[in-house]
Design a binder for this molecule. Structure first.
Ligand code: BJW
Ligand code: ZN
Length: 296
C-alpha cells in the first residue's frame, strides 16, 4: 500500500541525490490544456488519441491539422500554473538543496508538448538573473538540460519529406486553418461536421514545399531523447510521477524501473488509479495545489 504521509515523503526526498519528474497532461490541466483520457480527450466528438497517429494523418491530414490548430491555440493562450512553477524551482540547485541537500541532478521528463514547463523555467531564470546579474550566473543557476520533451513540441512544424523542423507560433499557421476554425464554429449548430482543406492549402515546408506536419510524437513513432532518459532513469533514486495516466509507453515504464533498482516513486494525481498502487507514496488531488503545499 502506498504511503500518503507528508513527513515520510519529505524524509525520503531529503536524502535523494538524483531526482526525476515524469510528467503528463494532468500537469497542464489547470492551465486549461485538455488531457487525453480522463474525460478531457474529446475534440469535436472524436477521440484525441485516435487523431495522434501517423495513420490518421495520412488518411485525413486536414482533420488532424484542424485538431492541432485547436491544440496550438490552447497552448498559445495557456500560462504555467503553480505546479509548473514548483517543478521549475527544482531545476535550480539553490532552491532544491533546501529540501534535498544532497541533490546532484534533477531532470523533468515530460510527455507534454505545450512548452509550459520551459516557459516556467525561463521566467524563473529571468527573475534570478534580474536579482543576481550576469549571463554566466544565469548558466550556473540551473541544472543543465533539465527538461526533456519526449513527445516533441506542439509549435514545431516538421516536413514530411525533408529534414526541416522549426518552431512557428504563427496563429493560424495558414489562412485555411483559421477559416476552417471560424466556419466550423459558425455552422456547428447547423450540424456541419467537417471542413475539408485541400492539401495544397495546409501548412507546407518552407524548404522544399512538401506537406508539413506537427512536430509531435504519434503512436508507433520513436520518442525523443530516449538514450539520455535511459541513463537518467538508471541513476535516479527519487521519481515523482505527476499528472499522467501511465498508460503510454515508454514513459509508463520509467517509475518502476527506478523502483526496481531501489529508488522511491511518488505519484501526484487528481485521481490515482490501480496503476499507482505500486508507488511508495501517492498524493491525490490537483498537482497545482498539492505540489505547492508540499514544496512551499
Ligand atoms: C491530474 C490533473 C491535475 C488530470 N493534477 N493530475 C500495443 C499496441 C500498439 C502499440 C503499443 C502497444 N504497446 C505499447 C505500444 C507502444 C505505444 C503505447 O504505449 N501504446 C499504448 C497506449 C497501448 N507507444 C508508442 O507508440 C510510443 N512510441 C514507442 O513506444 O516507440 C518505440 C520505438 C522505439 C524505437 C524506435 C521506434 C519506436 C509513442 C507514444 C506517443 C504518444 N503520443 C501522444 C500524442 C502526443 C502529441 C500530442 O500531444 O498531440 O502523447 S498520445 C497522448 O498520450 C500524448 C500524451 O503525452 C500521452 C500520455 O498521456 P498522459 O499525459 O498520461 O495523459 P492522460 O490524459 O492519459 O492522463 C492525464 C492524467 O492526469 C490522468 O491520470 C488524470 O487523473 C490526471 N490529472 N488533472 C494532477 N490537475
Ligand atoms: Zn521539406
Amino acid at each position: 500500500m502506498p504511503n500518503s504521509s507528508v513527513e515520510a515523503f519529505r524524509d525520503a526526498f531529503r536524502t535523494s541525490q538524483h531526482i526525476i519528474v515524469i510528467a503528463g497532461a494532468g500537469l497542464s490541466a489547470a492551465s486549461g490544456i485538455p488531457t487525453f483520457r480522463d474525460g478531457g480527450g474529446m475534440w469535436r466528438s472524436l477521440d484525441a488519441t485516435a487523431l495522434a497517429t501517423p495513420e490518421a494523418f495520412s488518411e485525413n491530414p486536414s482533420l488532424v491539422w484542424q485538431f492541432y490548430h485547436y491544440r496550438r491555440t490552447k497552448a498559445l493562450e495557456a500560462k504555467p500554473n503553480p505546479a509548473h512553477e514548483v517543478i521549475a524551482k527544482m531545476s535550480v540547485p539553490l532552491y532544491i538543496r533546501k529540501v534535498a541537500p544532497e541533490v546532484k541532478s534533477f531532470h523533468l521528463v515530460t510527455q507534454n508538448v505545450d512548452r509550459l514547463s520551459v516557459t516556467a523555467l525561463d521566467s524563473l531564470v529571468e527573475r534570478l538573473t534580474a536579482d543576481s546579474g550576469t549571463a554566466p550566473a544565469r548558466k550556473r543557476s540551473i541544472f543543465p538540460n533539465s527538461i526533456l520533451e519526449m513527445h516533441g513540441r506542439i509549435f514545431d512544424v516538421k516536413c514530411t519529406v525533408c529534414d526541416y523542423c522549426a518552431e512557428d507560433r504563427t496563429d493560424p499557421l495558414c489562412p485555411a486553418l483559421g477559416a476552417a476554425d471560424a466556419s466550423f464554429k459558425d455552422y456547428h449548430d447547423a450540424g456541419s461536421k467537417e471542413v475539408n482543406i485541400p492539401l495544397d492549402e495546409l501548412p507546407r515546408c518552407p524548404a522544399c514545399g512538401a506537406l508539413a506536419r506537427p512536430g509531435v510524437v504519434w503512436f508507433g513513432e520513436k520518442p525523443y531523447h530516449l538514450d539520455e532518459i535511459n541513463s537518467i532513469i538508471y541513476k535516479a533514486d527519487m521519481c515523482l510521477v505527476i499528472g499522467t495516466s501511465s498508460t503510454v509507453r515508454p514513459a509508463s515504464t520509467y517509475a518502476y524501473r527506478v523502483q526496481r533498482h531501489g529508488g522511491k516513486v511518488a505519484v501526484f494525481n487528481k485521481d490515482p488509479s490501480e496503476k499507482d498502487e505500486r508507488a511508495d507514496f501517492v498524493f491525490a488531488g490537483g498537482c497545482e495545489t498539492v505540489l505547492p503545499s508540499l514544496f512551499p
